[in-house]
Design a protein around this ligand. Structure first.
Ligand code: ZN
Ligand code: ZN
Length: 220
C-alpha cells in the first residue's frame, strides 16, 4: 500500500461513530479504515470523546466544511454499521479486497459480477439499504469514467491503481469526497487499471434535503 494522501474527514468519522451514515457510506468508510492506521486512531479518539464531539458539531458548520457537517447532521434510519477491528489489518494475503468489502462481495475480485458501464468501464452495484448506493468501478488504464454527473454526494475509495481529476491524484487507499454540485472528470492513470469503491446518496432523497439541513447553520 502506498502512503495514503487523502483521508476521511472529522465530521464523517463522527457520523460513522454515531452510526448515522447510510449503509453504502458505512461500507466505504469501513473499507478505508481497514487500510488506514491514521483514520483508525482518529476514530478511536472520536469514540473516546463520544457525545461531546456531536455537541460541538456546530463549530464545524461555521467553517468551510459545510458538506462534512451535513454528513454529521444527517440522521438516517438505523443502517448496518460495519465495524472494523482497531488493531488488525483485515486484508487477506494475496487478496485485493479488505474484509468489510469482501463480506459484501462474497469474495475477492474474481467474485465480482461486472457489468459494462460504457467506454470500457465496468461496474458492479452492491446491495445496501436504498437511501444511498455503492458500486465497484473498474476503469481501464487511461480511461475516463463516463457519464459522470452526480446530483448527490459522492465518496470514492481507490482500491487499486490511481485516477486523477481536476483536483488531485488519488492512489490506492485514498478517499475523494465530492460535493453534489462539483463536476469533475476522473481519468485512470496510464499503465495500470484502476478499481474503486464509490458511494453516492440517492439524489431524489437527498438533493433537496442537504440544502435544507445546511441552511440554518450556514445562515443563508
Ligand atoms: Zn485515512
Ligand atoms: Zn464524481
Amino acid at each position: 500500500m502506498h502512503t495514503i494522501a487523502h483521508h476521511l474527514t472529522d465530521p464523517i468519522l463522527t457520523a460513522y461513530a454515531a452510526g448515522t451514515l447510510p449503509e453504502a457510506f458505512n461500507l466505504v468508510v469501513a473499507t478505508h479504515l481497514s487500510l488506514c492506521d491514521e483514520c483508525r486512531s482518529q476514530l478511536a479518539a472520536h469514540e473516546a470523546v463520544g457525545g461531546a464531539v456531536l455537541e460541538d458539531a456546530g463549530e464545524a458548520v461555521m467553517s468551510d466544511d459545510a458538506l462534512d457537517a451535513c454528513f454529521a447532521r444527517i440522521a438516517s434510519s438505523p443502517d448496518a454499521l460495519i465495524r472494523v477491528g482497531h488493531n488488525h489489518h483485515a486484508k487477506r494475503k494475496g487478496g485485493l479486497f479488505p474484509e468489510p468489502l469482501r463480506d459484501y462481495v462474497g469474495g475477492d475480485l474474481d467474485a465480482v459480477n461486472w457489468r459494462p458501464a460504457g467506454l470500457g468501464v465496468r461496474q458492479a452495484i452492491l446491495s445496501t439499504s436504498k437511501n444511498a448506493s455503492v458500486r465497484l468501478l473498474y476503469i481501464p488504464a487511461g480511461a475516463e469514467v463516463p457519464d459522470h454527473g452526480h446530483n448527490g454526494t459522492e465518496m470514492t475509495l481507490v482500491l487499486k491503481g490511481a485516477f486523477r481529476d481536476e483536483f488531485a491524484r488519488f492512489g490506492a487507499g485514498d478517499i475523494e469526497i465530492c460535493d453534489p454540485n462539483v463536476e469533475h472528470t476522473p481519468v485512470a492513470e496510464p499503465g495500470e487499471d484502476c478499481i474503486c469503491l464509490a458511494a453516492t446518496d440517492a439524489p431524489l432523497k437527498f438533493s433537496g434535503l442537504l440544502p435544507k439541513i445546511a441552511q440554518p447553520f450556514l445562515r443563508i
